[in-house]
Write a protein that binds this ligand. Structure first.
Ligand code: ATP
Ligand code: LTN
Length: 328
């Protein structure tokens, strides 16, 4: 049986190598065998302050990168979250059924609050997982391919769905997170104890998918490592471990094969080969991205088609939910 797949990325910054290896690249390989929905979650991005022009540009840029990476609208439904109103509507209904305590436990929220003052944190950021649950449940998704940091949000979605089904009868498919073996948690190049993140203010830790080759090389050559010499995966040495992890995710080599590949060589060799591998992987993506930038009407057509197809499915679930809770 075909499974339904849904995932999304926020247009909160330039897409990174972490987004690619943890999410996007894996989506491409799933679209042949599954009924797939991939969105750009702009309503999630506005849970933190965004410049309106930047938000619009990034939303299109990310859509172009989805297509450039190989998502194909003949196989998948590719759309912008805010174009399909059912996301906000189901989000509200689920809000009314979700205990605050469940949201207070979310580690991503707690981490973000710890970084800023409570005054600056929006209600939307607190409520973020409920909207994410709406994204997933509207399409009755079985599988949610994400990086490791999103595991808790998918578990939360399962709890929301189970609770709704228990109270109102079978309504939602219970989804499962799908997290890769390699590349699920790429760390920052400048601080390998932190996740590589597109909204990081320090660009030296992040490889953006659209960084030009010389910049990619410079960032990798300057990546923070320890004073050791032997390239090995080692929790005590997060810098070199992260570089090896990226190498292994890009080349498809297992961790053992990657260690064997670099046996007897130094950290400098790892950096040089990783820079080459990264530049080679990004080159076709950047070329295809440029094609969509040159033809904005084509991108508009793709997103309009995606919105229409997604709306049909989303509306059906929304109606069912509205009827069950007594809104129709
Ligand atoms: P932000 O910095 O705005 O929180 P982000 O870079 O963490 O953004 P998201 O939009 O939150 O990116 O994530 C999109 C997808 O990319 C998710 O599936 C997430 O798990 C995955 N992802 C994000 N960062 C990484 C990373 N460093 N390694 C692996 N996967 C990642
Ligand atoms: N919270 C996710 C983005 C996201 C998402 C989704 C992922 C929003 N809705 C639905 C999978 C399915 C993140 O990566 N920060």
């Amino acid at each position: 049986m075909q499974k339904r797949v849904l995932s999304g990325i926020q247009p909160s910054g330039e897409l990174t190598l972490g987004n690619y290896l943890g999410a996007l690249r894996r989506w491409v390989s799933m679209q042949d065998k599954n009924e797939s929905y991939f969105c750009i979650v702009d309503l999630h991005a506005i849970t933190e302050p965004q410049d309106p022009q930047d938000l619009r540009r990034r939303t299109r840029d990310i859509a172009a990168l989805y297509l450039a990476a190989g998502l194909d609208s003949a196989k998948s439904i590719i759309f912008v979250q805010s174009h399909v109103r059912a996301h906000s509507e189901l989000g509200w209904i689920l809000n009314c059924m979700t205990p605050m305590g469940w949201l207070e436990r979310m580690t991503q929220f707690k981490d973000k609050v710890a970084k800023g003052s409570a005054e600056r944190v929006s209600v939307g950021l607190f409520d973020y997982p409920v909207l994410m649950a709406a994204d997933i449940l509207l399409y009755q998704a079985h599988l949610v391919p994400v990086g490791d940091d999103q595991r808790q949000h998918v578990e939360f979605t399962r709890d929301v769905a189970l609770r709704f089904n228990h109270r109102f009868g079978d309504t939602f498919t219970i989804p499962e997170p799908l997290i890769g073996d390699t590349g699920a948690r790429i760390m920052s190049l400048s601080d390998p104890t932190k996740k590589m993140s597109k909204s990081d203010e320090d660009p030296s830790g992040t490889i953006a998918l659209l960084d030009p080759p010389e910049l990619v090389r410079r960032k990798i050559m300057r990546a923070k490592t320890d004073s050791g010499t032997e390239p090995r995966f080692d929790d005590e040495r997060p810098g070199i471990t992260n570089l090896l992890e990226i190498f292994s995710a890009l080349t498809g080599k297992s961790r053992a094969e990657t260690e064997a590949h670099f046996a007897g060589r130094g950290y400098g060799d790892v950096k040089r080969e990783l820079a080459d591998a990264t530049i080679t992987a990004l080159e076709p993506l950047q070329r295809e991205h440029q094609r969509y930038t040159d033809d904005p009407a084509e991108l508009d057509r793709e997103l309009r088609k995606g919105c229409e197809r997604a709306s049909v499915v989303a509306e059906q679930t929304l109606r069912d939910v509205q009827e069950k809770v007594g809104l129709r």
